[in-house]
Design a protein around this ligand. Structure first.
Ligand SMILES: [Cu+2]
Length: 487
């Protein structure tokens, strides 16, 4: 009866919402624009290298390390295959959709041409089940990025993979590199992400007393939690590189070697705290841009954020822990440079009880700064919403009902990000990198509860771009807005 009642509420909510976010995003009735032209083929410039890949989105079974789940992934692994190129290269990636439903692929953080951005209804038609789509774009900036669908809550399945753009001028002052992908995992356990969304959306005001499965408090962590309420979803597993802690991914090295970590939070509803037992990390980049190196014991990563760090390895076996902010459990991988038993998967490491870096406190390198300039226009990005009923909005209305932000090419644009909720929202912009007041360049930034942040961007990449919360449940429940260049 509970299920029927919730489903009833869910449908009722949709009816009230009219052309609201869910309808718009799932490409159902009342959907956004369709019938986009096939993008013009991109011809490589003289001497430009072309990096080709093929990705197949499909239903598959994954072994998370003793736990097998039925899910959707790119090929037969999660994370999906590493895509790697050098800044300035052209990427040509064919996506074959063997899922039972629409999909797209978004290349998160890349300042690419608009037609390749992968947002259905804004830059392309969705890729229908059984069909293919060719993404062609130049990757102008080096950095650590990732790719994932921009349809529904597909990101919370196994549909994500790392995208690394190498810097041709990188000094390469390290011996090893390790791509570390963090994820919160529910799919194929007892619920799919679509079930989770339906449960969240089905809640009415009457349901607030019984939030089964929803994590409403989440202030159990030690110290002084900076981000307010934890996420909305309780996950049975937390993964590093697709593995549960009882069967972890392992990096093997030698004592004294320097390792470059490229850390990606591909989670859908979880801020992680990351630390390597017995080591300090030197944070060197965030979201692709260099920062003044900062030695830390631990750092936070919001959904969609990336950090690069270097570390010099000690002798032994060291757990790399990603603890979900305000939630139970943890993810673990290992660095092994000597003999020794694997640590207890529930090991509590000291680094997580010390100071934890908030990425917004990093300082940019001089070369990463945006030139100083007064904004030509200021755009309000007002975040609101609540759990019951589960509706999230920007500028007073969910995506599909809110007015796009309109900007002019060539302008310096200030976005006033104002969070009027009790949750932290990782705000992400497509196709651009903005500058925080400190000058720090990022494309995804955590906006704390009841706080605001003004970020500036240079309007140098014309098109229609999504700006949204990277909590995928918030995004799908409306917390998105289009940023459009006037033509
Ligand atoms: Cu959010």
């Amino acid at each position: 009866m509970q299920e029927i009642s919730r489903r009833g509420l869910f449908l009722g909510g949709l009816a009230v919402a009219g052309t609201g976010a869910l309808a718009a995003c799932s490409n159902g009735p009342g959907t956004a624009q369709t019938n986009f032209a096939t993008p013009s083929r991109l011809r490589p410039l003289a001497g430009q290298r072309v990096v080709q890949h093929q990705l197949t989105a499909k239903a598959t079974s994954l072994d998370l390390g003793g736990t097998t789940v039925d899910t959707w992934a790119f090929g037969d692994t999660a994370p999906g295959p590493l895509i790697r190129a050098t800044a300035g290269d052209m990427l040509r990636i064919q996506v074959d959709n063997q899922l039972p439903t629409d999909t797209t692929v978004h290349w998160h953080g890349i300042a690419l041409r608009n037609v390749a951005d992968g947002v259905p209804g804004l830059t392309q038609d969705p890729i229908a089940a059984g069909s293919s789509y060719l993404y062609e774009f130049t990757a102008p900036d080096p950095g650590t990025y990732f790719y994932h669908p921009h349809v529904g809550v597909q990101l919370d399945r196994g549909l994500y993979g790392p995208l690394i753009i190498d810097d041709p001028h990188e000094p390469g002052d390290y011996d090893l590199e390790w791509v570390v992908v963090l994820d919160d995992w529910v799919d194929g356990t007892s619920r799919t992400p679509d079930d989770v969304l339906a449960d969240l959306t089905g809640m009415s005001g009457d349901d607030t007393g019984s939030m089964g499965g929803m994590d409403m408090g989440g202030m159990s962590m030690g110290g002084d939690p900076p981000f307010g309420d934890a996420g909305d979803v309780t996950y049975p597993h937390y993964l590093i590189n697709g593995r549960v802690p009882t069967s972890p991914d392992v990096l093997r090295g030698k004592p004294g070697q320097r390792v470059r970590l490229r850390i990606i939070n591909a989670g859908s509803d979880t801020i992680f705290t990351l630390a390597l037992s017995g080591h300090r990390l030197t944070v060197t980049h965030t979201d692709g841009f260099a920062v003044q190196p900062r030695d830390v014991g631990a750092l936070y990563l919001g959904m969609g954020e990336r950090y690069d760090a270097t570390v010099t390895l000690g002798d032994g076996v060291f757990p790399l822990i990603a603890a979900p902010y305000g939630k139970e459990g943890q993810a673990m991988a290992l660095i092994r440079t000597g003999s020794g038993a694997a640590p207890d998967p529930a090991i509590q490491i000291a680094e997580l009880t010390g100071p934890i870096l908030q990425g917004a406190d990093l300082q940019p390198t001089q070369a990463s700064r945006l030139s100083t300039r007064e904004p030509d226009s200021t755009q309000m990005v007002h975040l609101s919403g609540q759990m019951a009923p589960y509706r999230w909005a920007i500028n007073g209305a969910p995506y599909g009902e809110n007015d796009p932000l309109l900007i002019n090419e060539g302008d310096r644009v200030r976005l006033e990000l104002m969070n009027m909720t009790q949750m932290t929202h990782p705000m992400h912009i497509h196709g651009h990198t903005f500058a925080l007041p400190s000058g720090l360049r990022k494309d995804t930034v955590l906006i704390k509860p009841m706080s605001s942040l003004a970020v500036d961007l240079q309007a140098d990449n014309p098109g229609n771009w999504m700006t949204h919360c990277h909590n995928i449940y918030h995004a799908e429940a409306g917390m998105m807005i289009a940023l459009k260049y006037r033509t």
